[in-house]
Ligand binder design. Sequence first.
Ligand SMILES: Cc1cc2nc3c(=O)[nH]c(=O)nc-3n(C[C@H](O)[C@H](O)[C@H](O)COP(=O)(O)O)c2cc1C
Length: 275
Amino acid sequence: MNLSDSLRLRFGDDLDLSVSPRLPSVFRSMICRGSCRQYKAETVDEELCQLLCAAALAAPTKSDLQQRDIVLVQDPEIKAELVKLVSDQAWIRDVPNIAIFCGNHLRQRHLHEMTGHAFANDHLDAFFNASVDAAIALSAFVTAAEAAGLGCCPISAVRNEAAAVSNLLGLPDLVFPVAGLAFGYPKSEPPTISMRLPLSETVHMDRFGTHDSKTAIDAYDRRRRAHQPYDRQRAEAHFGISEHYGWSEDKSRQYAQPERREFGAFIRNKGFTLD
Ligand SMILES: Cc1cc2nc3c(=O)[nH]c(=O)nc-3n(C[C@H](O)[C@H](O)[C@H](O)COP(=O)(O)O)c2cc1C
């Protein structure tokens, strides 16, 4: 599929591609990407894993603080335990490579111990900065891996059992899992392009738009129903069958049920103040 068709499928919009001959090839892998949940058994070489980590950690970092670390899970026993902790997602069992992206505020505290300057910012921002840093590194890892022909899928489910995952990986206080990442050689290609809301809904000029979101979301629901219908309805036993099941119904069903209520307590136990 050419770039123009991929963009139309993704966003439902026709974008001006007059600059496209000058676009580097990474644009194509970014625009045509899709999460991969089925992999060949072959693992990714250690050297490539290290290069991907280098690409990830070369990404911007808040104030050069470098508050993110990556745990590459290679030991089969640790991997098997990790898989057990996210057992509600069967596809993870056969993933060849897993990395865990962690926020790390501990190193900053070490700097204060080393220099003797008291840390004067024990509030929500410390947790937020480390989380954002880890997420940026994860995103850069995905971009590099997909440009190299690998498939990836983030795994926030590692936070369902955050304390157990943290113990398993030996994460100290002030270091916490943000997300896991499955990666490897995809079983099939090309990836499925998952539709997104149109740019007119999510990109704003100068000031946040006050347009009618409901109309845009209804149209998006219709577009997805026509081209990428859900293969099952979420929590059918609880919510019943919806005749017009779409993204808005799926996402509101998802968050109509409690999820990760204990995460705040876990983060506080890790030593963060969230006020
Ligand atoms: C932080 C984060 C956590 C995610 N966690 C999971 C997960 O636990 N399981 C899963 O199957 N997909 C997970 N995903 C993948 C999303 O479901 C996926 O990106 C989304 O459905 C859009 O599809 P696409 O990546 O193919 O465009 C996660 C994505 C992100 C960014």
